[in-house]
Design a protein around this ligand. Structure first.
Ligand code: ADP
Ligand code: MG
Length: 329
């Protein structure tokens, strides 16, 4: 059994990696980065003390990743940390928020330095890259599970309920890589070294779409990140905006890992597979040319309409996938 001493040790791992321990009262940590300048007191006391930017909204979100549900328990702890923080950052990106702080509630079966060291390093490197800092958390014993709460500032929120009939539907980059790669990540499918790399990148290093969100912020009417598959997630925009959607799949942006499958399976994977963390957003017709001039890695995939439900069309014919929602492994 891990005694309280062991959990103190665990806390130390995070405190040392983030070096945001006890500061003199009222003295923000002196670092070049907004996140660090907004921390009056970091890890180590009963609460963190944070300095919210004056006059801005705070955006906050929390997600739990459970071993063998959201990632394989035996995965590299560095990669688990990366995925855990990135999927949370994706929610900030999808709201068009800028990262500031996060907290970590960690449940561990045992206190094991060989696991904790790479986990803390993965967390610290990912946090550094996205300008977010760890300000506190909780550590308990139990089956491996990671809960991260992220907070950021938000000036121009991209909500789900702002779409109007006739708005163009866009997605960022390509879809289907994470779902097509999952059997490779799980070791259930043989793959080349290059395919394995693509599969692991998609699953453990999804890219929160901050730059796309910032660029479309002034023009988009609604947005969300695609965690459960486009059809399911676009359904959320439809319900929130009290509308439906028509997708045209003829030139759908299918990720390379999925594109070796036959067309139907590739499309199904891209539309119903989860874990891509790309953005889906809607743009009113009057802003269409402004958005296209941005030269972003985005594609138009359809249009919002008043008839409810998400309907797909392929080569001029109605098309439906055999499955709709994403099922976690
Ligand atoms: P308390 O008993 O007052 O809740 P804890 O022992 O839970 O205190 O935590 C002490 C300090 O360590 C707090 O500042 C808390 O935020 C931090 N902490 C505990 N676990 C973690 C963790 N997994 N990651 C980051 N900070 C942590
Ligand atoms: Mg506590």
């Amino acid at each position: 059994m891990a005694g309280p001493g062991e959990f103190e040790l665990i806390r130390e791992y995070f405190a040392s990696h983030f070096q945001a321990g006890a500061q003199p009262a009222g003295q923000p940590v002196a670092r070049g980065n907004t996140a660090h300048n907004s921390v009056a007191l970091g890890i180590g006391d009963d609460c963190a003390l944070l300095i919210p930017p004056a006059g801005k909204l705070l955006a906050t979100s929390v997600d739990t990743l459970v071993a063998d549900v959201h990632f394989p328990a035996a995965a590299d702890p560095y990669q688990i940390a990366s995925r855990s923080l990135r999927v949370n950052l994706s929610d900030l990106a999808a709201m068009n928020a800028e990262p500031l702080w996060f907290t970590l509630a960690l449940t561990l079966p045992e206190s094991n330095a060989d696991w904790l060291e790479p986990f803390a390093r993965g967390l610290a490197e990912t946090a550094q890259r996205f300008g977010i800092t760890l300000v506190g958390g909780d550590t308990t014993r139990g089956p491996l599970s990671i809960t991260i709460q992220v907070t950021g500032t938000c000036e121009r929120p991209l909500r789900r309920d702002g779409a109007a009939s006739g708005d163009h539907i866009f997605v960022s980059n390509k879809l289907g890589a994470a779902a097509a790669g999952l059997p490779i990540v799980l070791g259930d499918l043989e793959a080349s070294a290059e395919q394995r790399q693509q599969a692991e990148d998609a699953f453990y290093f999804p890219e929160p779409q901050f730059s796309v969100a910032r660029a479309i912020g002034p023009y988009a009417s609604a947005a969300l990140d695609i965690s459960d598959g486009l059809l399911a997630d676009l359904g959320h925009i439809c319900r929130a905006s009290k509308l439906g959607a028509q997708l045209d799949l003829d030139e759908f942006p299918v990720a390379e890992l999925a594109s070796s499958m036959d067309t139907e399976t590739a499309l199904e994977t891209a539309l119903t597979g989860g874990d891509d963390y790309q953005l889906c957003f809607t743009v009113p017709d009057e802003h269409l040319s402004a958005v296209q001039r941005l030269k972003l890695p985005i594609s138009i995939v359809g249009r919002m309409r008043s008839e409810p439900g998400v309907h797909c069309q392929l080569h001029g014919q109605a098309w439906q996938p055999r499955t709709t929602g994403y099922r976690h492994f």
